[in-house]
Ligand binder design. Structure first.
Ligand code: ADP
Ligand code: C5P
Length: 214
């Protein structure tokens, strides 16, 4: 890792609708660098602390609205990482609809990949990013992937997923997520399968690191 006096880490923001392939793209970039040079950070870890709410109250929350996130904490943590300081990242648990009582201590790295549905919505957060990517996958493909994933990995039923999709996920996508596409430097169709876009991003990050003498 680099001396704190030389330069700040590079922040790559990867956004797009639910199940568009943000995590897949982020991991594909991660895999091209040495283990200790890239930090993957998920906006989901920064959903609000809901420990004082009942499970019924948590089920009623709109998780696709910007106010569902503890954005001040995410900004504060990102600023610490930009100063090469370690942070304590909350661990989110979709099954209890809350962060768990654990945190993961993340060491600073030269490249930070921040992925999430609403990372480009807040200008203060957006301004911390060097490269902004929007993963653009058709809505029908995303909803199919989401049904499969949420039943398999997030403890949901088919009815839950469909109901949530129609009441909040879809309208919030059109109101808040899709409009942030205009801030993207790069729009990547079909995220995880788009090897050309991933290679371009890796090349760009390497060029920035090299220019900074890293
Ligand atoms: P996001 O982080 O945007 O929610 P993920 O990368 O986690 O999306 O992908 C959502 C789901 O779709 C996962 O189960 C993943 O394995 C699957 N998936 C992602 N990209 C593809 C792809 N190109 N083809 C098929 N399935 C994919
Ligand atoms: O990984 P992905 O980008 O799909 O994660 C964001 C999605 O997680 C949001 O669309 C939101 O509806 C969903 N979510 C959820 N339940 C929670 C927290 C988030 O369904 N408790």
């Amino acid at each position: 890792m680099t001396d704190a006096t030389t330069a700040k880490p590079i922040v790559i923001g990867v956004t797009g609708g639910t199940a568009s392939g943000k995590t897949t793209v982020s991991h594909a970039i991660f895999d091209h660098f040495a283990d200790d040079s890239v930090l993957l950070l998920a906006q989901d870890a920064y959903y609000n602390d809901q420990s004082d709410m009942t499970i019924e109250q948590r089920r009623a929350v709109n998780y696709d609205h910007p106010l569902a996130f503890d954005t001040p904490r995410l900004i504060a943590d990102l600023k610490k990482l930009l100063h090469y300081q370690a942070v304590e990242v909350p661990v989110y648990d979709y099954k209890i609809l809350n962060r768990s009582d654990k945190v993961i201590v993340q060491q600073p790295r030269d490249v930070i990949i921040l992925e999430g549905i609403l990372i480009l919505d807040d200008p203060k957060l957006r301004d911390l990013m060097d490269i902004k990517v929007f993963v653009d996958t058709d809505d029908d493909v995303r909803v199919i992937r989401r049904i499969q994933r949420d039943i398999r990995e997030r403890g949901r039923t088919l009815d839950n997923v469909i109901d949530q999709y129609l009441t909040t996920v879809k309208p919030m996508y059109h109101q808040f997520v899709e409009p942030t596409k205009r801030y993207a430097d790069l729009i990547v169709p079909e995220g995880g399968q788009n090897q050309v876009a991933i290679d371009l991003l890796v090349t760009k990050v390497r060029a920035i690191l090299t220019a900074r003498g890293k």
